[in-house]
Design a protein around this ligand. Sequence first.
Ligand code: GLY
Length: 563
Amino acid sequence: MTVSMCRRLSYVAVLTLAIVAGTATTQSRPNVAAHGMVASPEPLATDVGVAILKAGGNAFDAAAAVQFALAVTYPAAGNIGGGGFMVGLTAVGETFALDFREEAPAASTEDMFVDGDGEMVAGLSTRTHKGVGVPGSVDGMLELVDQYGTLTRADVLAPAIRLARDGFPVSYALAGSLQRNERLRQFASSVEAFGLEGDGPDMGDLLQQPDLAATLEAVARDGRDGFYTGRVADLIVADMQANGGLITHEDLRRYGAEWREPLIFEHAEYQLVTHPVPSSGGMTIAQTLAVLNMPVLERVGYHSAQAISMVTEAQRLAFADRNYWLGDPAFFDVPVTRLLSRDYMEQRRRLLPQNGMAGTSTGVSHGPLESDETTHFTVADRWGNVAAITTTLNSGYGLGAVATGAGFLWNNEMDNFSARPGIPNQYGLLGAEANSVQPGKRPLSSMTPTIVRRFGDFYMTMGSPGGPTIINTVLQIYLNVTVWGMDIQQAIDAPRIHHQWLPDRIDYEPFAISAETRAELERMGYELNERRSIGMAAGIKKTPEGFLAGYADRRGAGTARGY
Ligand code: GLY
C-alpha cells in the first residue's frame, strides 16, 4: 500500500505538510521577486525549484530539479518516462535548444498503427505499449545539468527522491485527477503505484512511490546508466516484452538527447527564441506572425471579429504547412529557410481572403516550394539565466501504465507520428510523409518553449501544454503582452481561441468572444465551437524595474514563486 491517511503520517511527512501549508495553490496576480522565479503547474515542484535557487543553484539546476519533482508530484504530465523540449538563455546571452523528445524504437514500422485497409487501428498508438517511444527526459536533464548546471546530479535529484520515498500529501487537484482517470485503473502497476484500489487517494492522503524513488536513486548514483542500462533498463525491457511493447536494451543504449540551434526570429522590436523541428511550434508561430498585418491588427482591436479572423486566417496557412512540411530533420529534409523566407511568406500572404469573409481549409494546402496533456514550467535566476521547458507523456498520464517495478508512467508519444498521411491523430491533426513512423525518428511536436528578448535583453518567457493549441496559446500570450499591453498574469489568463487548419473551425474558451462578435464571425462564414479550456501556461516577464514577475495559469493549480 503506497497511500496512507494523514493521521498515520510520519514525522517527515508532517514536515512536508508544513512546507505545503505555506504554499498558495492559486494566485490572481503575478508573483514578483528580485533574485529568482519559478513558475510550474504544481506547487511542490515550484518550491523545489525555489529551494535549489536559494541553495545557490542556477536556473538550469532548478529546472532539472523541477522536471524530476514533477515526475513525482504531477504524474499527469511530469515525467521521466516521456520527453520534451527546452530553450535556454544564459547570463552571458548565449541561447540554446535541447531536444529530449522520445524516439521510435528500432522495431517500429511505417504502417504499425494501421490495418490491412490502411485504416488507423483505434487505440493502438494511444492505449497499448506499442505507442511508447524511447523516453528522453532522464538523458535530457542530465545533459542540461552537465553542460549548464553548477550543482551535481545528486543535488538536483535529491528533492524528487525525497518526495517519492517519504511521500507527499495528495492535493485536491491530484486526488480528483487520479480518482477520475479510468485508464490508470486498467493497469495493475498503476493501481499499485497510485493506491487506486477502491476510490483512490483522497486529498491529504500521503502518496509514497518507492519504486519511482529507487529509479531516481539509480539515476542519482549512476547517471544515464542508472536508467538506460542496468536494473532499470532490465525492468523496462521486461515490461515491454510482457505487454507487447517494442523498446529493447539497444534502443535504450542508443538514445541521446540532442543539442540544437534554437529557432530565432525577429518580430517588431522583439526577438523570439524557440525550439526548431521536430517541434513545430516555433516555425508555425514565425509563419503566423510573418503573415499578420500588425498595424491593421492593432487598429481593429482586441478579440474583435476582424482580429479573430486575421489570426485565424494566418493560422490556417501556417498549420497547413506545419502538417505537410515538418518532421524530424534527421529523416526529412525540412525546408526551414525557404518556409520562413520573405518571398515565400509574401506568396502565402496573397492567399489571405480579401473579401472580409472566412477562408476555407479545403482551398488551402501546403505551399509549393521551388527548388492532450503536456506541461510547461520555467525558471529565471538572479544571474540572468532562463530555462523554459515543455515536457510530456502525450496524453494525460500518457499510456496510463506504470512501468512495472520501475515506478514511472509510460508515454504514448508514438501517436504524434502520422500513422498514415491523411489520417488524423488524437488531436485531429493531419500529417504527411515528413512525420511518418520510422525507426529512431522523433515524432513532430507542438511543444513551444519560448524566450522573448527585446533590444537584446530578456523580456519574457512562456509555454503551455495542449497539443496543437500550445502553438496558439504561446502566440496569444505574446500578442497579449506586446500588442495589447497586458501584464504576464492578464496575458496568460485571457480567454483563448484556436484554429489549426483542419478541422476547419474556430475553437474558443468561454468569454473569449461576445455574442455580437460570434454573430459577426458566423456571418463571415466561420464555424465556431466553444470548449472548456485551451492550454495551461506558465510564464515569467521582466518588470520595468528589472524584477521577475511569474505566473502559473488560472486554468490549473500551479504556482509561481520567487525570492
Ligand atoms: N505530445 C504533444 C506534443 O508533443 O505536442
